[in-house]
Ligand binder design. Sequence first.
Ligand code: GLN
Ligand code: ZN
Length: 757
Amino acid sequence: MLTHTLGYPRMGSNRELKKKLESYWKGDAGRDDLSLTAKKLRALHWEDQKKAGVDILPVGDFSYYDHMLDNAVRFGVIPKRYNISGRNASLDDYFRMARGEAGENGVAAMEMTKWFDTNYHYIVPEFCRDQKFFLADESLLQQVDEAASQDHRIKAVLPGPLTFLLLGKCADQEFDRLDLLEGLLPVYVELIEKLSAKCEWIQFDEPVLALDLDENVRRLFAPVYRTFKEAAASTKVMVASYFGGLGENLETVAALPVDALHVDLVRGGQDLEPLLAKIAGNMSLSLGVVDGRNIWRADLDKAVSAVNKAAIALGEDRIFVAPSCSLLHVPFDLDLETELDAEIKSWMAFARQKCAEVRTVADAVSGQDVEEALMENRRILESRKVSPKVNNPEVAKRLAALKPEDYHRKSAYEQRAEIQRSLGFPLLPTTTIGSFPQTSEVRSTRSGFKSGRIERADYEKFMRGYIEDCIRRQEEIGLDVLVHGEPERNDMVEYFGENFDGYCFTSNGWVQSYGSRCVKPPVIFGDVSRPGPITVEWINYARSLSEREVKGMLTGPVTILCWSFVRDDQPRSETCRQIALAVRDEVADLEKSGVKVIQIDEPALREGLPLRKSEQAEYLEWAEECFRLSSSCVEDATQIHTHMCYCEFDEIMGSIAALDADVISIEASRSRMELLGSFKQFHYPNEVGPGVYDIHSPAIPAADDMALLLEKALEVIPAERLWVNPDCGLKTRKWDEVIPALKNMVQAAETVRLKIK
Ligand code: GLN
Ligand code: ZN
C-alpha cells in the first residue's frame, strides 16, 4: 500500500532557510548561496521522508516565501505596481512582492492573510479584470528534474486553479474572478503537459473544498479536471482537499474524472462511508489519517481501521495513506527536543515521526508485521490517558461546580457604567493597547534572565526601570489610563502559558507563520490551571508610580487557545473553559490588589471561527462564554476592557456585544472608521475605542487627522461611550515614533472634547 505526503516543513532542522533568507535580504548572502541552501534542504527533506517510509514524494511544496505567491508568479499574475509586465519576475522581484520595498521608489507588499484556519499566512494573489496569464516561471519543472536526478518517485504539487482564484482578490474594481478561469486553464495545461513527461503524479491542492461553496462554483470542478486529466496523459492527477470534511461538496469530488482524491479524515472522518459508496469507477482514495495540524501521536488502531474499511471496499491498490494535510503546519523533528519532559515527549509526533506513522498504518493494513509498533502506540496512548500530568481532578471539580451566574457580571452595563463614573475619566478618555516599544535591551534582558545569564534581581531592576520610564512618559504625554508596557512578555500567549500548569514548551518546535517568520506555539498537554498570581506584582508596581489608573493586562482564553497547540483528547471548548478559569483567577487577584481597570485581549477571537458556517454559531457561543467566565467575577465598579485588532466585525457583532466588556478597543484607522458601520447598525451598547493611529506604519499621524477620525466616530458612537486609542500595541514601534504620535493623539482628543462641550 502506497504512502505519500502533501508537503513537508520548509525551514530545515535548524531553520537554515530562515537564516539564509534573512542574510540574503540583508545583502550578506548571495543568490547562489541562497539557492544552494534551498537545494540542499529539498534534497534532505526528500531523503528524510523516504527513509521514514514515504513512497511518493511531494515536489513543489518548497517555497522561498509562500506557495500561493509562487503560483501567482508561475502564471504571471503580478500586480502592475511592480512594473514587471512582459518579462519574468526575478527572485528579487518575487521578494519585493512578498515584502514590499522601502525608500523613494518604494512599493507596497502584496496583502497577506491567514491560510484557512491555520496560523500560516499566504500572500493574496491580485487579479485584474483583464488579467493575462502566461507560464512565467518554470522552477517547478526544475525541481521535478532535481528530484528525478535523486531517484525519487515524484508527485508535483501546486494549488489548483479554483483555490488559486477564489483565495485571491480583485486588484481594482470588483468582478467575478472565476471569469478568469477560461484564460488561466490553457496555461495550467501548458504546465501539465510539460510536467507529464517528467513525473508520476500531479497533485492539485483544492482546500476550498473544505469551505461552503456555491453550486455554480462546484460545477466548475468537473470540466476543469477533465481538461487537466487529458493534458496529463499518462501522468496521474490527484485532487487534494483538507482542513475539513467535504460536506455538500462530497458528491462533486467523488465524481471527479481524476485518478485520485485526497481527503482529510482527521477532521472529516464522517466522509469515509459516503465516499466509499459514491466514489467514481476506478478513482483511488488517499486517506489523511494522521493529523497534519497538531503535535500528538496518532491513534494508530483507529487509523488502521478506517484504512482497512476503505481497502476492503475499494481494494488495497486503490488506497494511499497520508497525513491529513501538508506537514508544513507542524514542527520538523521531535528527536531535536532534548529538554522536554520524557513522558510528555513520548506522546508527541512531529513531521518526521508522522511520516513513520503513515508507513505503519499502511503496513498494518497490507498485512506486514508491525504488531510491535501498534502495541507501543497503544501503550503510549493509554499512559497519556491516565497520566496525572494530564488529569488534574481539581480543575474538573471547579468546572463542574460552575453556576450560570459565574458567566455574568452582577449588573447590566448601564448600571455598571453609572458606578464606573467614579473612576473619574474625562470625556473621550485616552489610553493605549498595552505594549510599549520593545527595545533590543528589553529583549536581551528578558532572554538573558530566561537562560540564566542574568540574575533575577538584576532582571527585576531592569524591568522596573522600564516600567517607571513608561509611566513617566505616559504622564508627560498626558494619557488618561496608563499601562505598564508589557516588557516582561516575549509573546502575549507564551507568557501566560509559561505561568500556567498544563503547558509545556519545545525548544525547536518552530512552525512557519509567514515568509521567514516562524513561531513556536506553546503546547497544552494537560488540564490548565494557574498556580499563582502572574501579573499582579508588575501592575501594582506601575500603579505605585502614578496617581492615574493603570490597566491590568491579560490575554483572553480564546486567544490563548487559538495560538497554542491544543490537546486532541478533549473538545477545544473544554480546554478553553479551563484556560478561562485560570485567567479568571488572575482577574480576581488583580481586583483584590486594587486594580480598577483590567484589559483582557482577544485578538484571535475572530480567527478561531470554524471554516463552515454551520459550525460557527456553536464556536461563538462557547467563545463568548469563556470570555465572560474569565472576566465576570469582578465588582460592578471594576472596568473590564477587551481588545481586538482586525476590522471585519459584521458577522460577529452579536458575539462582540455578548462578551459584555465595558470597553472594547478595535482596529479602525486603516479603514478610516468604516467598520463603525457595523457598530451602528447593531446598536452596540457598551463603550468603544476605535483605533485612530495605525501602528503598523512608522508614520506619525497628525493631530488634525486623528481629530477628524474621532469626529467620524462620534457620528456613530455617543461621546460618553467613545474612547481614544491606537489600533494595537506599540511593541514593534520606536520610542521616537510613539511619543509624538501619542502626543498628537492626546491633542486630537482635547480638540474634539472642546468642540463637544
Ligand atoms: N496588549 C497587547 C499589546 O499591546 C495586544 C496585542 C494584540 O492585540 N495582538 O501588545
Ligand atoms: Zn491588537
